[in-house]
Design a protein around this ligand. Sequence first.
Ligand code: CP
Length: 308
Amino acid sequence: MKHLLYLKELNQRTISKLLAKAETFLSTNNFPPPQDKNLQGITLANLFLEPSTRTRSSFQIAAKRLGADVLNIDEQHSSRTKGETIIDTIRTLEAMGVNYFVVRHKERGILSKIVTNVDLGSHVINGGESVDSHPTQGLLDLLTIKKHKKRFDQIKVAIVGDIKHSRVARSLAEGLATMAVKTLTLIAPEEFKPDMKFYPNAEHCKNLDQGLVNADVVVALRVQRERIESLTETISPDHYFEKYGLTMKRLEPCNDDVIVMHPGPMNRGVEISDEVADGANSVIREQITNGIAIRMALLSMMQAEVMK
Ligand code: CP
């Protein structure tokens, strides 16, 4: 675990260790005792070349709670605007003693390129790459599911919405496969159906009511307008909510103790109603808190390897 680029790189034992470590942080409200602050003297840089609220802030909080210094590089005001490559930016920061780099980038494969160009002592963490990968979101989603459902091999997870453009869905599916989830159902219109080769253990269903039958976990996804090339009637703002928007009525086929998740940011009234987003089944705010714990667990375990 020197770097983390894709969730499929982690085996079940490592994911279980990360979840257990994150639960210890949650038990102290994400304020670790002094002996757990193993990032003192370390500097982490957040390099987010796409917008972020949750991921960037939670890495900042997680690293600081473990004793690290944190740099948030603001792309608009950095020398990237003068043509510097991301790799030269990272090399520059390495020369200042930065040890950890959390990178969000729209280019497919850029994280692998970065890893082959960094110093031996540097760590690279994927904060969201293209539509392909968002491993720490996948881990925080697994943590949230585990806290409520205890085990993965007896539950049905339904992911609903714009799966085609979702790195969150890809990473969560990779993690669920490793944790041997019983059933993973992808509910999406044809326009949002992903390439199923990336979801070998999942089934696709176009009909929301059918797909939600006996679901234990429902993950709603944002309609990613910025990545959609052309709108059809089904996915147009006027029709989408009617067919795929989550309301309390639409949740009726699920099991009674279903939990509803959403990685954020939410488009209320598009993929999810207020009553579901803020209702008794929603664990959306909890996901955000869990995001700090899992990023603390990741950083802490990576640094523990260095100190061995
Ligand atoms: N879930 C997620 O990645 O949110 P941000 O884009 O706000 O980081």
